[in-house]
Design a protein around this ligand. Structure first.
Ligand SMILES: [Zn+2]
Length: 252
């Protein structure tokens, strides 16, 4: 699942393709907005807010999309062949010089611009945003001291942008077991700084090999202990947490 770094790269790509141009065709292939036509309106910008994509169209609308598990946005030349099957498309935005096609998006909704700020107010500080505030992130984490740190890092109300992969990698770097309660993490400020640095570097550089995420059948790069995988999160929304039991002993 794409996390904040990949979402920011997508936002920049959409912005480069569409910003400043007038839409010549729009097609919202979701029941709620199937009859909406925003052609004739200029695209102002696309920005990332945590793992959410916000495309501001004209003065009145923000197109909110979320990649969730399998979603992607293709930015193409006019009439260029789509990289995925047409029935997977959820949104088409065309200008004279480009087309952007959103495939398999988890969320497609048009939010009135006047409600944009309120709609995303629940999100914590964005690790890659201009509002990034490490102290505020620590404060929010501390509000739920018994929450396992892996779940707390993925909770977008605490800090926005981290998913299953980066949560596991941050826990490994910090040497904390994913089930460690927040109150027992030795240095929360350092942890959010590590998280911010990892995502920030991943925006521009090709990510290095994961230390633990997705390495359930391999051994720890640091100590050669077999990497373990457990399921964490709420019932029905469980996520795999990978960790090294030797480098990340359970405390607290
Ligand atoms: Zn290890």
């Amino acid at each position: 699942m794409p996390e904040g770094d990949a979402v920011l790269r997508t936002a920049r790509r959409l912005d480069a393709a569409l910003a400043g141009a007038v839409l010549t065709r729009t097609d919202f292939r979701v029941p709620r907005h199937a009859t909406v036509d925003l052609s004739g309106q200029p695209v102002q910008a696309t920005l990332a807010r945590g793992k959410h994509l916000l495309t501001r169209i004209g003065a009145d609308w923000t197109l909110h999309t979320h990649l969730k598990m399998e979603g992607s946005w293709a930015t193409l030349r006019p009439r260029q062949r789509w990289p995925k099957a047409p029935h997977l498309a959820r949104v088409v935005l065309e200008t004279q010089s480009a087309q952007a096609v959103g495939f398999q998006l988890g969320i497609v909704e048009l939010v009135p611009r006047s409600e944009e700020a309120a709609t995303f107010a629940y999100l914590g500080p964005d690790l890659l945003g201009p509002d990034w505030d490490e102290d505020e992130a620590v404060l929010r984490l501390r509000k739920h001291p018994d929450q396992p740190v892996f779940d707390a890092l993925r909770d977008q109300r605490n800090l926005a942008g981290i998913g299953t992969m980066w949560a596991a990698e941050v826990c490994f770097t910090m040497g904390v077991h994913p089930e460690t309660p927040v109150r027992a993490v030795p240095d929360l400020l350092r942890m959010v700084r590590v998280a911010q640095l990892k995502l920030d570097q991943a925006v521009t550089k090709r990510p290095a090999v994961n230390a633990v995420y997705g390495r359930g059948h391999a051994t720890c790069l640091r100590c050669a202990t077999p990497i373990q995988r457990i399921e964490m999160g709420e019932q029905g929304r469980l996520r795999p947490a990978y960790f090294c039991p030797s480098c990340q002993p359970l405390k607290g």
